[in-house]
Ligand binder design. Structure first.
Ligand code: C2E
Ligand code: CA
Ligand code: CA
Ligand code: CA
Length: 280
Protein backbone atom coordinates (compact mmCIF):
# COMPACT_ATOMS: atom_id res chain seq x y z
CA UNK A 1 0.00 0.00 0.00
CA UNK A 2 2.80 2.37 0.99
CA UNK A 3 4.65 1.75 -2.28
CA UNK A 4 1.45 2.52 -4.16
CA UNK A 5 1.10 5.84 -2.30
CA UNK A 6 4.75 6.64 -2.99
CA UNK A 7 4.39 5.80 -6.65
CA UNK A 8 1.35 8.04 -6.98
CA UNK A 9 3.09 10.83 -5.13
CA UNK A 10 6.11 10.67 -7.39
CA UNK A 11 3.85 10.70 -10.43
CA UNK A 12 2.05 13.76 -9.11
CA UNK A 13 5.23 15.66 -8.29
CA UNK A 14 6.67 14.67 -11.66
CA UNK A 15 3.61 16.07 -13.36
CA UNK A 16 3.73 19.28 -11.34
CA UNK A 17 7.42 19.69 -12.11
CA UNK A 18 6.75 19.10 -15.78
CA UNK A 19 3.99 21.72 -15.81
CA UNK A 20 6.18 24.13 -13.90
CA UNK A 21 9.13 23.69 -16.23
CA UNK A 22 7.14 23.94 -19.43
CA UNK A 23 5.52 27.09 -18.10
CA UNK A 24 8.94 28.61 -17.71
CA UNK A 25 10.27 27.53 -21.07
CA UNK A 26 10.54 30.64 -23.17
CA UNK A 27 8.93 30.78 -26.62
CA UNK A 28 12.44 31.08 -28.00
CA UNK A 29 13.51 27.80 -26.35
CA UNK A 30 10.37 26.11 -27.65
CA UNK A 31 11.09 27.24 -31.17
CA UNK A 32 14.73 26.23 -30.95
CA UNK A 33 13.69 22.78 -29.81
CA UNK A 34 11.13 22.52 -32.60
CA UNK A 35 13.77 23.39 -35.19
CA UNK A 36 16.17 20.82 -33.74
CA UNK A 37 13.48 18.14 -33.70
CA UNK A 38 12.56 18.82 -37.32
CA UNK A 39 9.07 20.06 -36.50
CA UNK A 40 9.33 22.94 -38.97
CA UNK A 41 8.35 21.46 -42.29
CA UNK A 42 7.80 22.74 -45.80
CA UNK A 43 4.37 23.12 -47.38
CA UNK A 44 4.30 23.71 -51.11
CA UNK A 45 2.04 26.11 -52.98
CA UNK A 46 2.15 25.74 -56.76
CA UNK A 47 2.47 28.74 -59.06
CA UNK A 48 0.49 28.02 -62.19
CA UNK A 49 0.63 29.37 -65.68
CA UNK A 50 -2.67 31.20 -65.99
CA UNK A 51 -3.01 30.40 -69.67
CA UNK A 52 -2.28 26.68 -69.59
CA UNK A 53 -3.10 25.84 -65.98
CA UNK A 54 0.22 23.97 -65.76
CA UNK A 55 2.44 24.16 -62.71
CA UNK A 56 5.46 26.41 -63.34
CA UNK A 57 6.90 26.04 -59.89
CA UNK A 58 6.05 26.37 -56.25
CA UNK A 59 6.73 28.43 -53.16
CA UNK A 60 7.99 26.88 -49.94
CA UNK A 61 5.91 27.97 -46.93
CA UNK A 62 7.03 26.96 -43.44
CA UNK A 63 4.64 25.18 -41.06
CA UNK A 64 5.29 24.17 -37.46
CA UNK A 65 3.99 20.64 -37.05
CA UNK A 66 3.43 20.80 -33.30
CA UNK A 67 2.85 17.42 -31.60
CA UNK A 68 -0.07 18.81 -29.57
CA UNK A 69 -1.23 22.02 -31.20
CA UNK A 70 -1.22 20.73 -34.79
CA UNK A 71 -0.05 22.96 -37.64
CA UNK A 72 1.01 26.40 -36.49
CA UNK A 73 1.07 29.06 -39.23
CA UNK A 74 4.26 31.01 -40.00
CA UNK A 75 2.88 34.38 -38.91
CA UNK A 76 3.10 33.02 -35.34
CA UNK A 77 6.72 31.86 -35.34
CA UNK A 78 8.57 33.56 -38.23
CA UNK A 79 8.64 36.97 -36.48
CA UNK A 80 10.08 35.28 -33.38
CA UNK A 81 12.61 33.41 -35.52
CA UNK A 82 13.63 36.70 -37.10
CA UNK A 83 13.94 38.52 -33.81
CA UNK A 84 16.09 35.80 -32.24
CA UNK A 85 18.24 35.02 -35.25
CA UNK A 86 16.86 31.45 -35.33
CA UNK A 87 15.58 32.15 -38.84
CA UNK A 88 18.96 31.21 -40.35
CA UNK A 89 18.90 27.74 -38.80
CA UNK A 90 15.17 27.36 -39.48
CA UNK A 91 15.64 28.11 -43.17
CA UNK A 92 18.64 25.80 -43.35
CA UNK A 93 16.62 22.90 -41.92
CA UNK A 94 13.67 23.75 -44.14
CA UNK A 95 15.83 23.65 -47.27
CA UNK A 96 17.27 20.31 -46.18
CA UNK A 97 13.71 18.97 -45.88
CA UNK A 98 12.91 20.25 -49.36
CA UNK A 99 15.94 18.39 -50.71
CA UNK A 100 14.78 15.24 -48.89
CA UNK A 101 11.25 15.55 -50.32
CA UNK A 102 12.34 16.25 -53.88
CA UNK A 103 15.36 13.98 -54.32
CA UNK A 104 13.45 10.74 -55.01
CA UNK A 105 11.19 12.36 -57.64
CA UNK A 106 13.80 14.56 -59.36
CA UNK A 107 14.37 12.30 -62.37
CA UNK A 108 10.63 12.38 -63.12
CA UNK A 109 10.04 16.10 -62.82
CA UNK A 110 9.57 18.46 -65.76
CA UNK A 111 12.52 20.69 -66.64
CA UNK A 112 12.77 24.24 -65.42
CA UNK A 113 10.58 24.26 -62.30
CA UNK A 114 10.88 27.38 -60.17
CA UNK A 115 11.37 26.88 -56.45
CA UNK A 116 10.60 29.97 -54.36
CA UNK A 117 12.03 30.36 -50.88
CA UNK A 118 11.22 33.20 -48.49
CA UNK A 119 14.27 35.01 -47.22
CA UNK A 120 14.26 37.33 -44.22
CA UNK A 121 16.22 40.53 -44.00
CA UNK A 122 18.73 38.93 -41.59
CA UNK A 123 19.79 36.49 -44.31
CA UNK A 124 21.34 39.26 -46.33
CA UNK A 125 24.14 39.44 -43.79
CA UNK A 126 24.75 35.72 -43.52
CA UNK A 127 26.80 33.62 -45.88
CA UNK A 128 24.93 30.56 -44.62
CA UNK A 129 22.34 31.54 -47.23
CA UNK A 130 24.87 31.25 -50.03
CA UNK A 131 26.02 27.88 -48.79
CA UNK A 132 22.44 26.61 -48.42
CA UNK A 133 21.45 27.74 -51.91
CA UNK A 134 24.48 26.19 -53.59
CA UNK A 135 23.95 23.00 -51.64
CA UNK A 136 20.32 22.80 -52.75
CA UNK A 137 21.21 23.40 -56.40
CA UNK A 138 23.89 20.76 -56.19
CA UNK A 139 21.66 18.21 -54.46
CA UNK A 140 18.84 18.71 -56.97
CA UNK A 141 20.99 18.94 -60.07
CA UNK A 142 19.35 15.88 -61.67
CA UNK A 143 17.01 18.33 -63.43
CA UNK A 144 17.25 21.94 -64.35
CA UNK A 145 15.54 23.94 -61.64
CA UNK A 146 15.51 27.66 -60.92
CA UNK A 147 15.87 28.79 -57.36
CA UNK A 148 14.06 32.05 -56.64
CA UNK A 149 14.74 33.92 -53.41
CA UNK A 150 11.71 35.91 -52.29
CA UNK A 151 12.71 39.04 -50.41
CA UNK A 152 9.94 41.13 -48.96
CA UNK A 153 9.51 44.77 -49.64
CA UNK A 154 7.87 45.25 -46.22
CA UNK A 155 11.11 44.69 -44.33
CA UNK A 156 13.80 45.38 -46.84
CA UNK A 157 17.22 43.85 -46.47
CA UNK A 158 20.07 46.23 -45.79
CA UNK A 159 22.03 46.35 -49.03
CA UNK A 160 25.56 46.35 -47.68
CA UNK A 161 28.51 45.61 -49.97
CA UNK A 162 28.67 42.15 -48.38
CA UNK A 163 25.00 41.48 -49.22
CA UNK A 164 25.30 42.78 -52.75
CA UNK A 165 28.36 40.69 -53.51
CA UNK A 166 26.76 37.56 -52.06
CA UNK A 167 23.70 38.05 -54.26
CA UNK A 168 25.94 38.72 -57.26
CA UNK A 169 27.70 35.40 -56.66
CA UNK A 170 24.35 33.63 -56.27
CA UNK A 171 23.17 35.23 -59.50
CA UNK A 172 26.23 33.89 -61.29
CA UNK A 173 24.93 30.44 -60.26
CA UNK A 174 21.53 31.19 -61.77
CA UNK A 175 19.72 32.05 -58.54
CA UNK A 176 16.99 34.64 -59.16
CA UNK A 177 15.28 37.16 -56.88
CA UNK A 178 11.60 38.03 -56.47
CA UNK A 179 10.41 41.16 -54.69
CA UNK A 180 7.59 39.89 -52.46
CA UNK A 181 4.53 41.84 -51.28
CA UNK A 182 5.03 44.37 -54.05
CA UNK A 183 3.09 47.55 -53.48
CA UNK A 184 2.85 47.27 -49.70
CA UNK A 185 6.20 48.81 -48.72
CA UNK A 186 7.68 52.23 -49.06
CA UNK A 187 10.91 51.16 -50.60
CA UNK A 188 9.80 49.36 -53.77
CA UNK A 189 11.05 51.50 -56.57
CA UNK A 190 14.21 52.87 -54.98
CA UNK A 191 15.09 49.35 -53.84
CA UNK A 192 14.82 48.11 -57.40
CA UNK A 193 17.39 50.69 -58.41
CA UNK A 194 20.03 49.21 -56.19
CA UNK A 195 19.23 45.55 -56.30
CA UNK A 196 18.75 43.32 -59.32
CA UNK A 197 15.31 41.71 -59.17
CA UNK A 198 13.81 39.29 -61.68
CA UNK A 199 10.22 38.90 -60.53
CA UNK A 200 7.80 40.97 -58.60
CA UNK A 201 4.98 39.40 -56.65
CA UNK A 202 1.89 41.56 -56.54
CA UNK A 203 0.59 41.37 -53.01
CA UNK A 204 -2.65 39.57 -52.33
CA UNK A 205 -4.15 42.70 -50.77
CA UNK A 206 -4.36 44.14 -54.31
CA UNK A 207 -5.50 40.96 -56.03
CA UNK A 208 -8.30 40.65 -53.47
CA UNK A 209 -9.74 43.92 -54.75
CA UNK A 210 -10.41 42.55 -58.21
CA UNK A 211 -14.17 42.05 -58.25
CA UNK A 212 -17.07 42.79 -60.56
CA UNK A 213 -17.42 46.37 -59.47
CA UNK A 214 -15.48 48.63 -61.86
CA UNK A 215 -13.92 50.85 -59.19
CA UNK A 216 -12.39 47.88 -57.49
CA UNK A 217 -9.58 47.44 -60.00
CA UNK A 218 -8.21 50.97 -59.96
CA UNK A 219 -5.51 50.27 -57.43
CA UNK A 220 -4.48 46.89 -58.77
CA UNK A 221 -4.33 48.31 -62.32
CA UNK A 222 -2.00 50.96 -61.01
CA UNK A 223 0.31 48.38 -59.40
CA UNK A 224 0.24 46.23 -62.54
CA UNK A 225 1.16 49.21 -64.73
CA UNK A 226 4.03 50.07 -62.43
CA UNK A 227 5.28 46.49 -62.53
CA UNK A 228 5.05 46.39 -66.32
CA UNK A 229 7.00 49.62 -66.70
CA UNK A 230 9.82 48.00 -64.77
CA UNK A 231 9.93 45.20 -67.38
CA UNK A 232 10.03 42.50 -64.76
CA UNK A 233 8.21 39.21 -64.74
CA UNK A 234 5.08 39.38 -62.63
CA UNK A 235 3.56 36.84 -60.26
CA UNK A 236 0.14 37.56 -58.75
CA UNK A 237 -0.50 36.01 -55.33
CA UNK A 238 -3.77 35.43 -53.52
CA UNK A 239 -5.86 34.55 -56.60
CA UNK A 240 -9.09 33.19 -55.15
CA UNK A 241 -11.69 33.44 -57.91
CA UNK A 242 -12.11 32.60 -61.58
CA UNK A 243 -12.89 36.25 -62.20
CA UNK A 244 -9.56 37.34 -60.70
CA UNK A 245 -7.68 34.73 -62.73
CA UNK A 246 -9.38 35.83 -65.96
CA UNK A 247 -8.73 39.47 -65.20
CA UNK A 248 -5.02 38.90 -64.57
CA UNK A 249 -4.71 36.68 -67.63
CA UNK A 250 -6.24 39.38 -69.78
CA UNK A 251 -3.67 41.80 -68.36
CA UNK A 252 -0.92 39.45 -69.52
CA UNK A 253 0.07 38.25 -66.07
CA UNK A 254 0.95 34.64 -66.51
CA UNK A 255 2.21 33.45 -63.16
CA UNK A 256 -0.69 32.99 -60.77
CA UNK A 257 -0.74 31.68 -57.24
CA UNK A 258 -3.70 31.35 -54.90
CA UNK A 259 -6.38 29.22 -53.32
CA UNK A 260 -8.36 29.22 -56.59
CA UNK A 261 -5.65 26.95 -58.01
CA UNK A 262 -3.94 25.42 -55.03
CA UNK A 263 -3.67 25.84 -51.30
CA UNK A 264 -0.25 25.22 -49.74
CA UNK A 265 -0.01 21.42 -49.43
CA UNK A 266 2.37 18.90 -47.89
CA UNK A 267 4.71 17.20 -50.33
CA UNK A 268 2.71 14.00 -50.69
CA UNK A 269 -0.10 16.07 -52.18
CA UNK A 270 2.20 18.05 -54.47
CA UNK A 271 4.11 15.07 -55.85
CA UNK A 272 1.36 13.49 -57.99
CA UNK A 273 0.54 16.87 -59.51
CA UNK A 274 4.18 17.45 -60.44
CA UNK A 275 4.71 13.94 -61.75
CA UNK A 276 1.50 13.49 -63.68
CA UNK A 277 0.79 17.11 -64.50
CA UNK A 278 -2.61 17.22 -62.81
CA UNK A 279 -4.29 20.55 -63.23
CA UNK A 280 -5.50 21.79 -59.86
P1 C2E B 1 4.05 35.40 -48.27
O1 C2E B 1 5.47 35.10 -48.62
O2 C2E B 1 3.45 36.64 -48.83
O3 C2E B 1 3.24 34.10 -48.65
C1 C2E B 1 1.92 34.11 -49.15
C2 C2E B 1 0.92 33.82 -48.07
O4 C2E B 1 -0.40 33.92 -48.61
C3 C2E B 1 1.01 32.41 -47.50
O5 C2E B 1 0.61 32.47 -46.14
C4 C2E B 1 -0.04 31.66 -48.32
O6 C2E B 1 -0.52 30.50 -47.67
C5 C2E B 1 -1.10 32.71 -48.41
N1 C2E B 1 -1.96 32.52 -49.58
C6 C2E B 1 -1.69 31.89 -50.74
N2 C2E B 1 -2.73 31.94 -51.58
C7 C2E B 1 -3.71 32.63 -50.95
C8 C2E B 1 -5.04 33.02 -51.32
O7 C2E B 1 -5.54 32.73 -52.40
N3 C2E B 1 -5.74 33.74 -50.39
C9 C2E B 1 -5.21 34.08 -49.19
N4 C2E B 1 -5.97 34.79 -48.35
N5 C2E B 1 -3.96 33.73 -48.80
C10 C2E B 1 -3.22 33.01 -49.69
P2 C2E B 1 1.42 31.69 -45.02
O8 C2E B 1 1.84 30.35 -45.54
O9 C2E B 1 0.58 31.74 -43.79
O10 C2E B 1 2.71 32.56 -44.83
C11 C2E B 1 2.64 33.85 -44.31
C12 C2E B 1 3.94 34.59 -44.45
O11 C2E B 1 4.93 34.00 -43.60
C13 C2E B 1 4.52 34.54 -45.84
O12 C2E B 1 3.89 35.50 -46.65
C14 C2E B 1 5.98 34.83 -45.56
O13 C2E B 1 6.19 36.23 -45.45
C15 C2E B 1 6.19 34.19 -44.20
N6 C2E B 1 6.86 32.89 -44.36
C16 C2E B 1 6.33 31.67 -44.60
N7 C2E B 1 7.30 30.72 -44.67
C17 C2E B 1 8.47 31.37 -44.48
C18 C2E B 1 9.86 30.96 -44.45
O14 C2E B 1 10.22 29.79 -44.63
N8 C2E B 1 10.79 31.94 -44.23
C19 C2E B 1 10.45 33.25 -44.04
N9 C2E B 1 11.42 34.12 -43.85
N10 C2E B 1 9.17 33.67 -44.07
C20 C2E B 1 8.19 32.75 -44.29
CA1 CA C 1 6.62 34.79 -50.43
CA1 CA D 1 5.75 38.05 -47.38
CA1 CA E 1 2.55 38.54 -49.83
Amino acid sequence: FLTAILAIMSLVTGWILHRYLSKYTTPEENLRRAIDKGEIIPFYQPVVNGASGKIDGFEILARWKHPEAGFIPPDVFIPLAEKTGLIIELTHKLMMRVIEDLTPVMPHLPEGLHIGINISAAHGQSEVLEYDCLHLLDALSAKKITLVLEVTEREPMALTPKTLSMFARLRSHGVLVALDDFGTGYSGISYLNEFPVDFIKIDKSFVRRISNSPDSTLLVDCVIDMAKKLSLQIIAEGVETQHQADYLNAKGIHFLQGYYFWRPVPFYRLAPALLFGFHR
